[in-house]
Design a protein around this ligand. Structure first.
Ligand code: ADP
Ligand code: MG
Length: 253
């Protein structure tokens, strides 16, 4: 598969021919797919398909042995380390929530806000007002406006996941990578999470890995199914779910 420069300009994520091996085992094998700027994409596939490893490659945690990884058009991610990639605007949510349990919801968000704060005393109040507005917006987005003063420890598992998504939003990323967000959530939380991610996707590009097919259907976005480190099928959920190869290796089991 080869793309020209023009086709890359409208992509937030461009993977071409990515491979990575661990002790001779090809966890990702000639993987190619692209995500458009502003798009939300769902990634599905059986355990061990390489979904998390793909995210490790995008975030610079793992270096690919081969292939090209471009972000936001022409930024070659293979030339940057994990910290630089995070600074450039890729936020990642791991499966397990890692909020500061002994801080309030609001303080968790404040601690995550991008950029140095209170640089100059004269700017302090202006900044604070801007920050307060930003925190209010994020609290609304993550459905925790009425829990702002609660300790993070007191939140349900699902609410902790939302808080962590809020902490990512506070960094103002261009692309959010979300790995299995609804694992362990109640049905109501799962449905709310689909709405929440759709709200976020109005102003961000999002890549979400998830096994819960009901949730993926709620998202209503293009789906990429991975298997043995490459793309097995891609298209609407209806198209991918009807693909014999997907049924064989994933859905039919
Ligand atoms: P998924 O997220 O789709 O379930 P992963 O990306 O976690 O799959 O794993 C893909 C394959 O690569 C699995 O067989 C896994 O055991 C292997 N793998 C992932 N990371 C490492 C690592 N750091 N060292 C060795 N093997 C790994
Ligand atoms: Mg995984």
């Amino acid at each position: 598969m080869s793309h020209n420069r023009t086709s890359r300009s409208h992509t937030i994520l461009y993977l071409d021919g990515i491979s990575v091996s661990f002790d001779g085992f090809r966890a990702v094998n000639n993987l190619s797919f692209t995500v458009d700027k502003g798009e939300m994409r769902a990634i599905i596939g059986p355990n061990g398909a390489g979904k998390t490893t793909m995210m490790d490659i995008v975030t610079g945690k793992t270096r690919p042995d081969e292939g090209e990884v471009f972000f936001d058009g022409d930024i070659d991610l293979t030339r940057h380390d994990e910290a630089e990639i995070a600074m450039m605007g890729i936020g990642r949510k791991f499966q397990k929530p890692t909020v500061f349990e002994s801080h309030t919801v609001e303080d968790n968000l404040l601690l995550s806000l991008k950029g140095p704060r209170s640089i100059l005393p004269a700017l302090f109040h202006r900044r604070s007002a801007a920050e307060a507005k930003r925190i209010d917006d994020i609290l609304g987005m993550i459905r925790l406006a009425d829990r702002r003063d609660a300790l993070a420890a007191s939140l349900s598992h699902g609410q902790k996941q939302w808080l962590e998504i809020g902490m990512l939003l506070a960094q103002d990323p261009k692309l959010l990578l979300v790995d299995e967000p609804v694992a362990g959530m109640t049905d109501a939380e799962t449905e709310e999470t689909a709405r929440l991610l759709k709200d976020i996707a109005e102003s961000h590009s999002v890549v979400v890995v998830e096994h819960d097919m009901h949730f993926v259907r709620e998202l209503g976005v293009k789906v990429t199914c991975l298997h043995e480190g490459s793309v097995l099928s891609e298209g609407t959920l209806d198209f991918v779910s009807a693909d014999e190869r997907v049924i064989e290796v994933y859905l039919g089991r």
